[in-house]
Design a protein. Structure first.
Length: 94
């Protein structure tokens, strides 16, 4: 997969979650705090500059009230391995 495809997927995923957060009345700081994540991790993800492990994305989607087919579509976007050079952020290695 071309690096530009990964960038497009990352931006699409980040934009969808950012929109859902706004619709749910959530801000970045409170979501990061509730999930016990570094603020910068969430900012990079929402900005389309990073992917998350599936295990980390699932509770984020739940907080944003994303479920059903939309949830599955976003998980699928995140599931496809990024092109070489992209780092997946593993929150469990802190």
């Amino acid at each position: 997969m071309a690096e530009s495809d990964s960038l497009i997927r990352a931006r699409e995923l980040g934009n969808a979650v950012a929109t859902a957060m706004a619709q749910a009345g959530l801000n970045v700081r409170e979501v990061a705090d509730q999930l016990d994540w570094p603020h910068a991790t969430l900012v990079r993800f929402l900005g389309g500059r990073d992917f998350l492990d599936q295990i980390d994305l699932i509770p984020l989607l739940a907080m944003c009230m994303i479920d059903g087919t939309e949830r599955e579509a976003l998980l699928a976007l995140n599931r496809t391995e990024p092109a070489s050079g992209w780092a997946r952020h593993d929150l469990h290695r802190r």
